[in-house]
Design a protein around this ligand. Structure first.
Ligand SMILES: *[C@@H]1O[C@H](CO)[C@@H](O)[C@H](O)[C@H]1NC(C)=O
Ligand SMILES: *[C@@H]1O[C@H](CO)[C@@H](O)[C@H](O)[C@H]1NC(C)=O
Length: 365
């Protein structure tokens, strides 16, 4: 009897030590803080009662664990989930679901997501969706997390913690879609597209500096995709081709982001970043689908009407039997399969797509 007891005890220690070691070995960064829009929302908008940018109903999540509609605008995991997987952390939980928890000790330590469907860089873009958390507010929320973590682990430890953590930003599409996409914005009446993309870059730079002042040193900046090719935009072109203007200005904005990051790096020497060329990787999917395992690059998987883009992915809509061969899940968002390739490329891609270094190298710095 006693011997059995010792063996179990030994096994117990062996396995718990083993688990501890493997956990710490696979976890590559202390935390991931996520800022952005529906491309990376993991459930914040479930808590916004007025928002029309919601995905907490079927058929969203049809390929997620338990077929659960969690608020992700995807058939399965989104890019934020794959990013967390890559660095060995659980997906950063939605800020709005944990901020009122009775016991917040350690709740924020592995990262938090502030991403919200419908969010933009510019205040006002969120209004097109009735309610969303604009980037300005996401940063404000982060500053409260910053303060709490500093109180919990002390200034010196917190500084170390933040400097090794990742600050991922996936935002800008809604500002551009709001301008070109017939979402009811009147920005185009007051501004040229040049003014739009310039002010987006200017605001973004201010927000990145705020994050810097709140400890951020490693940025993962995800550029805007060729969003003129998403089903909702193709649906606005009689030929079903991509909307050139939307793509043109998305690309312009990305160039602005590239220069602003270069400027920031010369001003603030101790930052480092990855800038992902979502635009061209998405175009690759569309131009050489077979290379990536796709067969349908125009139509959404879930929706109704022309290109399944007349009606969004609501419970009354239909969805395709095979999600892995579609680039787009619904009229705006990529499938899980597409999101996975994005993140694989961010992590290990060549300089052609991740500038100036990939995420694996950023983490090693
Ligand atoms: C709750 O409190 C304990 C410390 O008393 C802590 O170890 C634990 O991780 C806390 N946080 C959460 C989110 O449960
Ligand atoms: C619609 O598609 C055609 C190609 O078929 C393209 O030349 C044209 O610029 C597109 N229209 C818009 C508004 O982008």
């Amino acid at each position: 009897m006693a011997q059995h007891y010792y063996v179990s005890l030994l096994l117990f220690f062996f396995f718990s030590t083993f688990t501890l070691i493997t956990n710490s070995m696979s976890q590559m960064v202390p935390a991931v803080f996520v800022f952005g829009d529906s491309l990376v929302d993991v459930g914040n908008n479930n808590h916004l009662s007025l928002s029309i940018a919601k995905a907490n109903f079927p058929h969203n999540g049809v390929d997620f664990v338990g077929k659960k509609a969690t608020g992700r605008f995807s058939n399965g995991k989104n890019a934020a989930d794959f990013l967390a997987d890559k660095v060995g952390l659980p997906s950063s939980p939605p800020y709005l679901s944990i901020r009122s928890a009775s016991n917040k000790t350690n709740a924020f330590i592995g990262g938090v997501s502030f991403a919200s469907g419908g969010a933009g860089i510019l205040d006002g873009t969120d209004k097109l969706f009735k309610q969303a958390i604009p980037l300005s507010k996401q940063i404000e929320y982060y500053s409260t997390v910053f303060t709490e973590l500093v109180q919990q682990i002390g200034t010196v430890e917190a500084q170390k913690h933040f400097s090794k953590s990742l600050y991922a930003l996936v935002i800008g599409s809604n500002d551009i879609l709001g301008y070109f996409g017939g979402l009811g914005s009147n920005l185009h009446l007051k501004n040229t597209p040049q003014e739009l993309t310039d002010s987006m870059a200017l605001m973004l730079k201010g927000y990145l500096k705020q994050l810097y002042n709140l400890g951020a040193r490693k940025f993962v900046m995800v550029g805007v995709g060729a969003i003129g090719c998403c089903p909702s935009q193709r649906n606005q072109n009689k030929t079903g081709a991509c909307k050139e203007e939307t793509n043109y200005w998305s690309n312009k904005f990305n160039q602005n982001v590239k220069s602003l990051l270069q400027e920031m790096k010369t001003e603030l020497k101790d930052i480092n970043y990855v800038l992902f060329d979502t635009y061209n990787v998405l175009l690759n999917f569309i131009q050489k689908p077979a290379d990536y395992g796709f067969t349908e690059v125009k139509a959404a998987c879930c929706g109704l009407g022309n290109l399944n883009a007349n009606v969004p992915c609501l419970p009354i809509a239909q969805y395709c039997p095979k999600r892995t061969d579609h680039v787009f899940w619904d009229l705006y968002h990529p499938t899980e399969a597409a999101a996975k390739i994005f993140v694989d490329t961010i992590f290990d891609g060549s300089q052609q797509y991740v500038y100036p270094i990939n995420l694996r190298k950023l983490i090693a710095l």
